[in-house]
Design a protein around this ligand. Sequence first.
Ligand SMILES: [Zn+2]
Length: 482
Amino acid sequence: MRYEAVIGLEVHAELLTRSKMFCSCAVVDSTSAAPNTAVCPVCAGMPGVLPVVNRQAVEYALRVALALDCEVAQTSLFARKNYFYPDLPKGYQISQYEYPLAERGRLVVDTISGERTIRIRRVHLEEDTGKLTHVNDGQPRSLVDLNRAGVPLLEIVSEPDMHSLEEVRAYATSLRSILRALGVNSGDMEKGVIRFEANVSIRPEGSAQLGTRVEIKNLNSFRAMERAIAYELERQAAILDQGKEVAQETLGWSESEGRTYSQRSKEEAHDYRYFPEPDLPPLVVDADWLERVAAEMPELPRARQQRFMNNYALAAVDARLLAEEAETAAFYEAAVAAGAAPRLAANYLLGEVFAWMNASGEPFSALRITPSSFAGLIQMLESGQVNQNTAKAVLAEMLRDGREAAEIIAASGLQQVSDADVITALVARVLEENPAEVESYLNGKETLANWFFGQVMRAAAGRANPQILRRELARQLGNLKR
Ligand SMILES: [Zn+2]
């Protein structure tokens, strides 16, 4: 039988605030800071302490809610989600349950088959847990680091609107780039600042009824998420094909074994004994506050992509690649403002510069070229002072040592030969030196024209202006035919 996948994602994103969600402890890099150095009685869960909401975290959450077109609640409530685990010293996590910060949003993503709208169910604030490290050096034990306990965490829950891995990938990458564009999350997945959980079920194609879903926890990379979902879709199809039923449960993902495994039967909300957090007042977001946050919103990648398509006549895919990161987009626009032809600049940035970054492993911020020096090269290319091959070679040098294009070209004598007299002489010489080929050409082997072109270009050390060369070659060959 053919099945349709039904997938929803929960995304947990740490917020880039300076201090934690409910205390003044610093948010530190949990992969490098010494354990338990950013901890106070509040985040260590001591009795009798009082939490205070981090206003910056609420603002960051509001940015995300607005970017996702959500309805923001004027009043939302914090609640206690009770469960015991060694990385949760209070015995409960402060989260939002019945009354989240924002609901009913949407994210429009691009897929090969066109635009798709993924509905957002809710966006709410909570706190992160500590981190456990399991050690087994003959004496198995677990180490507890509370640096991460109480770090502001945003949970973004989609409706189960995704039906393919491509849609999941488009949604997850687009959400990540929005979080980065808003300045609320670094997007650094290796440090665990964004984590995914996927709800996955399948149903016979054409059926309107939802199948039994499983929840896959703690997916820490796009790759793990895609592999886990793909595995789960196959596993469920095999179960249904045998006429059996999929069990509703919570699964883990083993990256090394490439399979999901059962963690526990799915817990229900009542297992957590949620109740309103008695130590925190309702969170009130008045219209003024929301308006101010809205006024300070930066341009989002999708809007920027649209603008690039309109203003610079770029193809959708090029515009998206350039618009995705604010830094790349700013470089591109500065180069265009400095006089670079928009499409030529886009081609060289996405082609040569991106390839150079891939090969060198250096990030965009480490580039040694400035927008104006890049624009200088593009202008020389456009005006015919250098040809494509020379431009690429010069750009490679610019990327290596940061010199200006004009300086490199002057130093190496790479200017394009556009002097018609020089080219005329070169063409004449090549034709004279290759009488056999000229003979074949005159006897009808017209493809030899390209070979002559190559010979002249080689004689000019690759620097002949190709248009002038082609014209002159055609003229001289034409004369020979008579
Ligand atoms: Zn603290």
